[in-house]
Design a protein around this ligand. Structure first.
Ligand SMILES: Nc1ncnc2c1ncn2[C@@H]1O[C@H](COP(=O)(O)OP(=O)(O)O)[C@@H](O)[C@H]1O
Ligand SMILES: [Mg+2]
Length: 266
């Protein structure tokens, strides 16, 4: 039986979809089969992020409501044999998804795949009620290092607790080591302490992530720090002990100190 991971945040735009797709690739490169379920009904993104938008014929809602065969709705990722995507519907509404139908789909997927990653939409109430009913093994909360995002993760934790989902692990995304050194941004560890959530990983702001999206590539195929960070997270999920990079805690080079001085002058 595969492991079901819910990737959630509360606030939108913090990197849930980016992390889900990259994590699926990183887990598959560590010998796991992975299915990503894009659960953002009406606002699908995984097909575009993964570069398979033209391959979507059937989607999650076709399986849930029209009884379409799950296999017909799975898109195999070119170049990544062990990663499949179940795309979300572009035109349905979140209220059209029945919790029982969704749970049945996830239970069927976990029979086939080592990991089922559910990329959640933003928002807490109705969506989370449906998504948490599928009895995920673990939830991963994604935050960026700002107050709004951190506060929303706190709310998310309350909703997860009400829904009897285990305490989530935390990924802090879009960290800037220089701003942390300048004392303008909290470190991932500080946020994890504040939220009392175990820190699963920290990912820096990395221009390769958006560049890859703009040019139709996957940043996991590029030599970059965000890809390294995701690889470390996948290793931890697979049960390996990998040290956290602790962005912002390292002694800065002369060049970085100069950049920091300029940055804090403004
Ligand atoms: N570590 C990062 N560095 C740079 N850009 C990022 C990073 N993480 C996410 N982004 C960008 O942020 C935007 C929102 O990410 P997305 O994954 O769609 O968020 P969500 O699914 O939480 O709404 C995207 O344009 C993505 O490329
Ligand atoms: Mg998303």
């Amino acid at each position: 039986m595969g492991t079901v991971l819910l990737i959630a945040s509360g606030k939108g735009g913090v990197g849930k979809s980016t992390i889900s797709s990259a994590l699926a690739i990183a887990l598959s490169r560590r010998d796991a089969s992975v299915c990503i379920v894009d659960a953002d009904i009406g606002l699908r993104s995984q097909d575009a992020i993964l570069g398979v938008a033209d391959s979507v014929v059937y989607d999650l809602m076709d399986v849930a409501r029209k009884g379409c065969n799950i296999r017909q709705a799975l898109i195999h990722l070119p170049g990544e044999e062990d990663v499949c995507l179940m795309a979300s519907s572009q035109f349905a509404r979140a209220k059209d998804l029945d919790a029982k139908d969704f749970t049945k789909i996830v239970q069927e997927l976990r029979q086939t795949f080592g990991y089922v990653l559910i990329d959640c939409p933003a928002g807490l109430e109705r969506n989370m009620r449906i998504l948490t009913q599928c009895e995920p093994d673990e939830a991963i909360a994604v935050a960026t290092p700002d107050d709004v995002s951190v506060r929303d993760v706190r709310r998310l934790c309350m909703v997860l607790r009400e829904r009897r989902v285990n305490t989530p692990k935390l990924i802090v995304n879009r960290l800037d080591p220089l701003l942390i050194s300048a004392g303008e941004m909290r470190s991932a560890q500080e946020i994890s302490d504040e939220l009392k959530l175990p820190l699963l990983g920290e990912i820096p702001e990395d221009v390769h992530v958006y560049r890859a999206l703009l040019t139709g590539r996957r940043f996991m195929d590029l030599e970059c720090e965000a890809a390294n960070a995701i690889t470390r997270i996948a290793a931890r999920i697979r049960g390996n002990e990998v040290l956290l990079p602790e962005y912002g805690s390292r002694r800065l080079s002369w060049r970085e100190r100069r950049k920091l001085r300029k940055l804090t002058e403004v």
